[in-house]
Write a protein that binds this ligand. Structure first.
Ligand code: ADP
Length: 461
């Protein structure tokens, strides 16, 4: 058993990890920035240490400050959660070099999957389907992107090789858009990830985002825990997720599950991870990336499998063997997660401020993971995800009804949230039928201003 675990994160996931540690009997240390001195994760941990000012680079992303806190306070394990340093190979390596257990995969797996063109190449080589895309190590110059585009044909999605969180991504539908948006996407990637390397992928229209949860120990035992449908997205960022995916047949689930297991196995992966696929309307599916950490939406998988993924990730990092075989994993009912963001529901601009009145819903099958409390000041500095409402019921229709009832009961006064958007999604007839793809939320957005390709006489576009 670990002696003491440092939680290298904040917000809902820090609280989630602290709860898992309490059940396992592992004392915790919270770290926090000066902006987070009153945060719930700080109050809940056994010890807490201020590691720097509000700016994430100086606090939650400050590897030397975190490692020295780990060593000074005698922790023997670090859980990175999601976001911040969770997919930073240097951080995983710094932990291991300092003799500290990193709750996650090896640094080499983080680095490999963090290099998306490389991950694509490895998957393709091992028979895991990928979408047609630019070949090689990535594309930096516009002329190379244009050469790739000529081979691929439009529509194309420009992506950042080091991407994450939908940053550096642009859909382009013609040469003009490519010339205009490639440099913008590259600049966004440089600002967010310090990398100008991009790659292109054929853009799949009306696809669904279907991802498989992986669980693996250090002894080459590797299973999946079924899928999540995360197609309800805004600007390529997930908003609402559900398990199971409403359109997967048992046969397709088995094929995709096998491909996910193969994808993680060929690289010798261990701990928790997620293989993300796009599922085309014709039933074909394609690997898009692997996330080498716990996901925001892990809760829906926990509800339908009954397996606590955060506790499992800690056990696996302690060197325990996987406690289930693939056949022992069973699924029950349907679960839906609504990500509650502190943002204006119309403009999507962040809405920081003081929570003046807070009531969270409850009852059978209702789970709330929140960082909010009465009087809490939501800071401006970080991701606006402030709560996750997760519901579970015997079937999807009952889960939708339960999610609606719970959202109507939810009171978060003082700040704006996207709860009204969730209610609109849940009330939508197509959503209720399970008939949606990654473009679903566009119907709730004002129409974008189109970029017209210049008409060139005699040339087909
Ligand atoms: P990130 O790591 O930035 O989240 P992903 O590669 O996981 O980027 O893609 C995010 C989302 O973008 C996907 O869930 C999907 O909705 C959309 N997407 C990614 N690749 C494609 C593609 N080739 N065609 C259509 N949509 C895509």
């Amino acid at each position: 058993m670990f002696k003491k675990l440092l939680v290298a994160n904040r917000g809902t996931i820090a609280i989630r990890i602290i709860r898992a540690c309490r059940e396992l009997g592992i004392p915790t240390i919270a770290i926090y920035s000066t902006a987070d001195k009153d945060a719930l994760h700080v109050k809940m941990a056994d010890e807490s240490v201020c590691i720097g000012p509000a700016a994430a680079e100086d606090s939650y992303l400050n590897i030397p400050a975190i490692i020295s806190t780990v060593l000074t306070y005698g922790a023997d394990a670090v859980h990175p959660g999601y976001g911040f340093l969770s997919e930073n190979g240097d951080f995983a390596e710094a932990c291991r070099r300092s003799g500290v257990n990193f709750v996650g995969p090896a640094a080499r797996h983080i680095r490999l999957m963090g290099d998306k063109p490389r991950a694509r190449r490895i998957m393709a080589r091992h028979g895991v389907p990928v979408l047609p895309g630019s070949e090689g190590k990535g594309v930096v110059e516009l002329r190379d992107a244009q050469a790739s585009a000529r081979k691929l044909g439009y529509p194309i999605l420009i992506k950042a090789a080091a991407g994450g969180g939908g940053k550096g991504m642009r859909i382009v539908r013609n040469d003009t858009e490519l010339a205009r948006f490639f440099p913008l996407a590259r600049a966004e990637s440089e600002a967010a990830f310090g990398s100008r390397t991009m790659y292109l992928e054929k853009y799949l229209e009306r696809a669904r985002h279907v991802e498989f949860q992986i669980l693996a120990d250090n002894y080459r035992n590797l299973i999946h825990l079924g899928e999540r449908d995360c197609s309800i997205q805004r600007r390529h960022q997930k908003v609402l997720e559900e398990a199971p995916c409403p359109v997967l047949t048992p046969k397709l689930r088995e094929r995709m599950g096998k491909a996910a297991v193969r994808a993680a196995k060929v690289v010798g992966y261990s701990n928790v991870g997620t293989i993300e696929f796009l599922l085309a309307p014709d039933g074909e599916f394609y690997f898009i990336e692997m996330n080498t950490r716990i996901q925001v939406e892990h809760g829906v998988t926990e509800m339908v499998t009954g397996i606590d993924l955060v506790k499992e990730s800690i056990r696996l990092a302690m060197g325990e063997k996987l406690r289930f075989t693939q056949r022992q994993v069973t699924y029950s009912g349907a679960a839906i997660e609504c990500r509650v963001y502190a943002e204006d529901p119309d403009t999507h601009l962040p809405s920081p401020g003081v929570v003046t009145n807070h009531h969270q819903p409850g009852g059978l099958g209702v789970r709330v993971e929140t960082a909010l409390y009465d009087g809490y000041q939501v800071p401006v500095h970080y991701d606006p995800l402030v709560a996750k409402l997760i519901v579970h019921a015997e079937n999807r229709a009952l889960a939708v009804a339960r999610a609606k009832a719970a959202l109507r009961e939810y009171v978060i006064d003082g700040i704006r949230t996207n709860i009204p958007l969730h209610l609109r999604i849940l009330a939508d007839a197509d959503f209720q039928r399970g008939d949606y793809g990654t473009d679903f939320l566009r119907r709730f957005e004002p129409a974008p201003v189109p970029v017209e390709a210049p008409r060139v006489a005699g040339r087909a576009s």
